[in-house]
Design a protein around this ligand. Structure first.
Ligand SMILES: Cc1cc2nc3c(=O)[nH]c(=O)nc-3n(C[C@H](O)[C@H](O)[C@H](O)COP(=O)(O)OP(=O)(O)OC[C@H]3O[C@@H](n4cnc5c(N)ncnc54)[C@H](O)[C@@H]3O)c2cc1C
Length: 563
């Protein structure tokens, strides 16, 4: 790992987040968001104000050498969470510029980077990212758009691009587009400006959610671009350039899931303090808080812990974190969806109406498990990569991590690291059983492993985060809603859920795929540590009580005990 290479200082980050919050309070009250949602309208002037002189969000994401502020992955995660808390459609419009310009940022020639990134910084240029096609969604290799070289005197002077793109965010409103097309040398990114002859966009899609974001199909009919619009100046690098930013871009969508989930819970929590049923507020009913609020908080904070670790690693110069980006996206977006759905339930009939906003948040956050790689593709990405780690270490990969968490437990006995260790050892045993039974021939088993792996790794991150916070070592730019005691309780709650999920689901899938004979069953159950996993559930309800008290401000913070 190299030294920190990028990022804003803490004060600048906090000022930026505050100005975004203030802007939203002033310009995007709930009533306006509801109206725009009902009219299915992208408020372009607001997006321009945010990505232009008024708010200058675009500067955060552009390197300093091109006139930006040089925000790093950690800053961008904090920013994306904040934007998602306001409105995920607007957040998508803002992010589309950065997705669209990412191929240039990572793979452009120095001239392309200077020209385009400076224009985004100085003129608030809006970009769109044109990868998906009607027949090429998850499988981008099925790409059909073509780029035919145009030559003069034996030299390629430009390309003619033909094809269509589907579901492009900012598709109808962008100033410039990066378009993935098959050149003779392979898939390549091209920069196409709006208004180019032969380039048209369709009507905005009538979507389930993120209705404040413009999504449109694009059609290209022999659209001519000069050779200097081929990103990087070399054909065939398109998929590599797209891969190179997956770690980063998936982290941003993970932050969207986190922001959407918390936005919903932060409406359900205050609501439940005022809604009286059976003589007392809902917030005082354990069957309500422990089902609809607390588990979602634990899952969201486990996702946050993972996101923050990965963002820190990207800012320290690590690259190729696409599996980690996939884990972050998978966990945070699934958790965000579940939290938003539970929040509708938490508001009862009111939650089902437009006025109370949680149903809009739920419709909005739904997209996060679909775009930038669906949850199923994330499961596959995670599983394939960690499967290789399992094979290369002869089954020791997660056992080794289990031992790391046993050591953490001896230094920090309250963060649930011993239970994380149980989950990791159990995971190693499940994977070994899958190997012995050659069960990865079942795609479903492979994908379920992806889920178990994501849970186990996030549980590890949350335990580490709780330990760091208690030592005063957490990244100074980290989000701080919970103190060390609350974070430790959240970690114990999530570790228990993870250990149980890994052992019980792992067992069910291995048996379900015919990988465990009757004779093998007792030994397999023992290797999964099932009795220990079940014993580790002791204390779950009191930890949940404690978190409910923290959320509802019922804890005497100095003493750290429930009031
Ligand atoms: C609102 C919105 C905005 C978007 N913005 C952009 C954008 O700006 N730029 C852009 O390029 N794209 C964008 N997209 C496209 C988005 O990334 C794709 O929709 C997504 O990647 C899924 O592709 P698909 O829709 O073709 O679904 P498919 O790939 O057809 O998938 C359908 C279902 O099948 C599952 N599936 C697919 N392959 C497999 C497999 N091998 N094994 C098991 N299950 C599988 C998927 O997980 C999914 O559940 C956007 C989409 C939407 C809806």
């Amino acid at each position: 790992m190299t030294a920190t290479v990028s990022g804003l200082d803490k004060t600048t980050l906090e000022l930026s987040l505050k100005s975004i919050k203030d802007f939203a309070k002033d310009r995007l009250p709930d009533e306006k968001l509801r109206e725009l949602d009902a009219r299915d309208e992208c408020p372009l002037e607001i997006v321009h104000a945010m990505c232009g002189d008024e708010l200058g969000i675009q500067l955060l994401m552009i390197p300093e050498e091109f006139g930006g502020m040089g925000g790093g992955a950690f800053d961008v995660y904090r920013l994306c969470e904040e934007l998602a808390r306001i409105d995920l459609g607007i957040a998508t419009s803002v992010l589309a510029t950065f997705l669209g310009s990412d191929p240039i940022r990572v793979g452009g020639t120095p001239e392309q980077q200077k020209y385009w990134l400076t224009r985004i910084a100085e003129n608030g240029l809006l970009f769109a990212y044109g990868a998906t096609e009607p027949a090429a969604g998850s499988d981008l290799a099925a790409l059909r758009t073509t780029a035919k070289p145009v030559s003069e005197n034996g030299r390629v002077i430009g390309y003619k691009i033909s094809g269509s793109k589907q579901w492009i965010s900012n598709g109808g409103v962008a100033d410039a587009y990066t378009i993935l097309a098959n050149a003779p040398g392979g898939p390549s990114w091209f920069i196409v400006e709006k208004g180019a002859p032969g380039f048209i966009h369709g009507r905005p899609e009538d979507k389930h959610g993120i209705r404040l974001s413009n999504t449109a199909a694009l059609s290209l009919d022999d659209v001519y671009v000069d050779a200097n619009r081929l990103v990087g100046g070399v054909e065939g690098l398109g998929l590599v350039q797209a891969q190179a930013v997956f770690g980063y871009t998936r982290l941003t969508v993970a932050a969207f899931g986190l922001g959407g989930g918390w936005a919903a819970l932060d409406r359900a929590i205050p609501y439940s303090t005022e809604r009286i049923q059976a003589g007392s507020p809902l917030s005082e009913k354990q069957g309500y808080t422990h089902k609809l609020i607390v588990p979602h908080v634990a899952r969201l904070e486990a996702s946050r812990a993972y996101i923050e670790e990965i963002a820190g690693r990207i800012d320290s110069g690590e690259s190729s974190l696409h599996t980690e980006g996939a884990i972050a996206k998978y966990m945070a977006t699934e958790a965000g969806n579940l939290a938003a759905d539970a929040s509708i339930q938490a508001l009862g009939g009111y939650g089902y109406t437009h006025e109370y906003m949680v149903e809009k948040i739920k419709r909005d956050v739904r997209i996060t498990t679909i775009y930038e790689g669906t949850s199923e593709i994330m499961e596959m990405t995670i599983s394939r990569d960690r499967w290789q780690s399992h094979l290369k270490t002869r089954g020791q990969h997660y056992h080794e991590q289990g031992r790391v968490f046993e050591a953490l437990h001896s230094r920090h006995p309250s963060v649930g690291a011993n239970v994380v260790a149980l989950a990791l050892h159990g995971l190693a045993e499940v994977m070994e059983k899958v190997r012995l039974g050659r069960l990865t021939r079942y795609q479903h088993i492979l994908l379920r492993l992806g889920e178990l792996i994501a849970y186990a790794e996030c549980a590890g991150s949350l335990a580490r985060r709780a330990a760091l916070l208690s030592e005063g070592q957490l990244n100074e730019k980290a989000h701080r809603r919970f103190d060390a005691m609350a974070l430790a309780a959240l970690s114990r709650i999530f570790a228990r859920e993870t250990a149980r999920t890994v052992a019980e689901e792992g067992l069910a899938w291995a048996v379900g795929a015919g990988g465990v004979s009757d004779a093998d069953m007792p030994a397999f159950e023992t290797s999964l540590g099932l009795p220990a996993v079940h014993r580790a559930q002791a204390g779950l309800i009191s930890d949940m009580d404690y978190i409910a008290d923290v959320l509802y401000d019922r804890v005497d913070k100095r003493a750290g005990v429930s009031a």
